[in-house]
Design a protein around this ligand. Sequence first.
Ligand code: TYD
Length: 219
Amino acid sequence: MSPAQANPARARGRFITFEGIDGAGKSTQARRLAEALRARGATVRLTREPGGSPGAEEIRRLLVEGPAERWSGETEVLLFTAARRDHLERTIRPALAAGEVVISDRFADSTRVYQGAARGELRKLVDRLHSDLIGLEPDLTFILDMDAAPALARGLARRSGEDRFEDLGAGFQDRLRAGFRDLAREFPDRCRLIDAGRDVDVIAGEIAEIALMDKARTI
Ligand code: TYD
């Protein structure tokens, strides 16, 4: 019996996400995993948040550019959720329905941690909007964990013009790191904490091994 027949709820592709503080190397590792899975014959859709669909990419610009105090916490949660809903409708669900592996550089855990870390009481709003409007959790989440100072230096060195969150400083990044570690404990079934302070190839090898061993895998 194939995994999909064993559990009809899983009659679809596989959804893998990368999370962590700014500059922890998510984008590189997401790309490396996509390459590793493609080399084994999988059809992989590599995507990112905020963004991942034309409409969500437009919303992204509103979120990552400009001064840190540009939006209230509530407005920010609504904008991230609007972008995610479009990403889900236009990119993620169609790809999963076609049996593809979707790898997303950030997803809902980023809203739980970033907006929740900025203002703790927002976590309830984030959870309500998520269950009403998104309702999808990844099958597997890699949380790239490392010290905030070197990660922040790496992120800012890129000078992408998208530094609205990096500009909140090292204290904020420390809170984010703690938030992601808490999240790994909150969702132990799908989250894997990865030591991101090591050599890029070593990290990529560990991640590919975990993805290929995972019980939920369909390829
Ligand atoms: P990202 O493109 O991952 O930035 P980088 O490649 O520099 O790590 O994300 C842009 C910023 O948006 C990043 O600082 C994290 C923040 N963010 C949130 O605050 N909430 C969210 O829900 C998401 C998806 C991102």
